[in-house]
Design a protein around this ligand. Structure first.
Ligand SMILES: Cc1cc2nc3c(=O)[nH]c(=O)nc-3n(C[C@H](O)[C@H](O)[C@H](O)COP(=O)(O)OP(=O)(O)OC[C@H]3O[C@@H](n4cnc5c(N)ncnc54)[C@H](O)[C@@H]3O)c2cc1C
Length: 609
């Protein structure tokens, strides 16, 4: 057995904590892709709200739109770095702060889809306001709704749902950013005591200085493994002795109306009935909550993208240079097409994932992660290209584009930075295949007596793959795109097995290969979402007299799929033909890491002499 040093053992424990939180039941759509299975039955029909809830949502959105138009000034909020109390009170009176809280605790009892629609609308007007609502409802109070005891729900939810109190979610620490499992805040329960003692600090906590209730992650002793610790979630209120706001906010690039606090817990007294979920299962709480947060963050990105698309189209049709409209130039046409395709895909992904949340899918971690990566990266590109189309005017503060460019930038960093989530998608997707593959590798190295196992693998690998047929359940006009997806699913599975055969556990450090696998998968899942939505739109249009009025959506959506297929093909090809070693060698030189490596390889030379 391999002996691990203490650092590796710690990393292993953290990874195990995270992986243990994964679903044990049926595999989701994306995990299936890695096995070569295109399970369109998992995404069809495209989810839509039921009629009664759609009506209720529409009525709320109408009032919300009026309020946002009349009462929310994003430029003022950006300049003054605060969201006026009357904005918070106005949103509270509309019921926005408790939309997803069950009605028995004073909330609106809306679906996640309904809530995403509201967040999309708020972020069309003001990203800061959307983030304040999101930090409160998507992540701040969500753990109480999902994992709170009846007593905790009755005690905390009504005031949070009404907006009388704000909530926050406190995970990040100086040493626990992307490495969320590295929480250093400790919580200790003395035998026979009625309270935990918390010590440590948190940073970047949105609403942290305003919130009256927060979900806080801290490290607690693991009773099953003396000397080891696990993360536990606690409900913390600022009235607890030992709670300190070190700094309420910091000046920053975008979403300047929101406040990120630095908090400190000095022997903070936390009653035992404030544990949220089970002791030691805090990362499960965090990941569960972030599943929701990633979906609503995407809805926020979508709202901004829609406004930017409208602005890009307006400028390209109105502004003339060289005697022609900007939109007459092919390079601008290309930008407009790309912005429209990305926006369509963002919407398709956001509401597919929201629908999965509403259907209580068992395994949707990869789907929500992909939605978050795609929507945050797409908004970054859309904001940048729209600013470019607007030229010098775009750079000026008057039109709001530069603010949206700044505001949108946060989304690729928070709730899982793109790089971390990219690696997560590839590794979690390959994990199941890898486990099966280990057995197969064993069979290959010990073929005698394992021929049956090998034959079974060979059969399984190809029989699960959809070969050359139409993807079941899609309208005939989408068969070309469906077939392409089926073909790519097969390529992905082949590539994954080839990579695992070639690199085995070394794949864990090969991030450039992971990135290609992840982005091929992201493109495939985004196409799936687009096709599922188009399929639903066609069905609806046909029963309403014809598809002519959705001709633009069809053109935008199918062209997105063609482009995504090309991108995925290139990424999969590049897995085996690339200059990764050269790139890494250059980076090591620039970083000075090659000298470190040389020193390490010469360590002990003197002893040898
Ligand atoms: C405006 C704002 C609001 C926030 N709100 C909250 C909140 O309400 N609650 C909360 O708990 N936290 C919050 N955060 C914290 C946020 O979640 C973290 O900033 C985020 O997780 C990244 O951590 P970090 O900033 O420490 O970056 P680091 O972990 O230092 O990472 C920096 C960069 O390194 C790269 N990187 C890191 N790890 C890897 C890897 N394994 N592979 C490749 N590249 C990698 C990524 O590009 C990453 O962007 C907020 C932050 C900001 C700026």
């Amino acid at each position: 057995m391999v002996r691990l040093n203490s650092h590796d053992q710690r990393e292993m424990d953290k990874a195990k904590d995270l992986i243990d939180t994964g679903p044990t039941t049926e595999m989701g759509f994306v995990r299936n892709l890695f096995f070569g299975r295109l399970r369109l039955d998992k995404v069809l029909p495209y989810p839509v709200q039921d009629e009664a809830e759609a009506k209720r949502t529409k009525s709320l959105l109408r009032k919300l739109d009026v309020f946002l138009d009349l009462s929310v000034n994003p430029d003022w909020i950006d300049r003054h770095q605060e969201i006026p109390d009357r904005v918070i009170r106005g949103l509270a009176s509309l019921g926005v702060f408790g939309m997803t809280v069950p009605q028995e605790y004073g909330g609106g009892g809306f679906s996640h889809t309904g809530y995403c629609r509201a967040l999309e609308r708020i972020s069309r007007t003001c990203a800061s306001t959307a983030v304040l609502v999101g930090a409160h409802q998507s992540i701040g109070l969500k753990a109480i709704v999902l994992m709170g005891t009846e007593e905790q729900k009755q005690r905390f939810l009504p005031k949070l749902a009404s907006g009388e109190e704000l909530a926050a979610f406190a995970l990040t620490e100086p040493e626990a950013g992307s490495d969320a499992a590295n929480v250093q805040t400790t919580a200790v329960l003395e035998p026979g005591s009625d309270h935990w003692t918390l010590n440590g600090s948190k940073k970047f906590i949105t609403n942290g200085a305003l919130a009256k209730v927060m979900t806080v992650m801290a490290r607690t002793p693991d009773p099953a493994n003396p000397g080891r610790t696990k993360v536990t979630a606690f409900i913390v209120t600022p009235d607890l002795p030992g709670f300190e706001v070190v700094r309420p906010n910091r000046d920053k690039l975008g979403i300047r109306g929101t406040w990120q606090a630095e908090l400190r817990f000095n022997n903070m007294y936390v009653p035992t009935d404030r544990v949220l979920g089970e002791v030691g299962k805090g990362l499960k709480v965090a990941l569960g909550v972030l599943n929701y947060g990633r979906c609503t963050l995407s809805a926020g990105c979508l709202g901004a993208a829609k406004v930017l698309l409208e602005m890009a189209v307006r400028r390209a049709t109105e502004r003339k240079q060289f005697g022609r409209r900007l939109g007459d130039f092919q390079m601008i046409k290309q930008k407009i097409a790309r912005i429209a395709q990305l926006t369509f895909a963002m919407e398709s992904l956001t509401y597919l994932s929201a629908g999965m949340v509403d259907r209580h899918e068992d395994d949707m971690m990869l789907e929500t992660a992909i939605t978050k990566i795609f929507c945050s990266e797409a908004l970054k590109e859309i904001a940048d290209e729209t600013l470019q189309i607007w030229g010098g005017e775009g750079y000026m503060a008057d039109h709001g584009i530069e603010r949206m460019w700044r505001d949108g930038r946060i989304n690729t960093i928070v709730e899982g930075a793109t790089e971390v989530m990219t690696s997560f998608v590839a590794l979690m997707g390959m994990k199941g295949v890898g486990e099966e593959f280990e057995e197969v590798l064993h069979a290959i190295t010990h073929p005698i007596g394992n021929m049956g196992r090998l034959a079974e693998f060979a059969r399984h690998e190809w029989s699960d793959v959809l070969v050359g047929h139409h993807a079941d359940g899609l309208h005939p006009s989408l068969h070309r795109e469906g077939d392409e997806l089926a073909h790519q699913t097969r390529s992905l599975a082949r590539c994954v097995t080839r990579l695992l055969a070639g690199h085995r556990e070394k794949i864990i450090d090969m991030q450039l290969l992971q990135k290609r696998i992840a982005w091929a998968t992201i493109n495939m899942y985004a196409s799936t979402a687009v096709l599922a939505r188009l399929n639903w739109m066609i069905g609806k249009a046909e029963s309403n007299g014809g598809v002519e009025h959705i001709a633009q959506d069809l053109a935008v959506g199918t062209s997105f799929c063609h482009d995504a297929a090309d991108r995925a093909d290139r990424l999969l090809d590049d897995l085996f033909h690339n200059r990764d070693n050269e790139t890494i060698a250059v980076a090591d030189k620039v970083l000075g890491f090659d000298e470190e490596k040389a020193d390490e390889s010469h360590e002990g030379d003197e002893d040898d002499d």
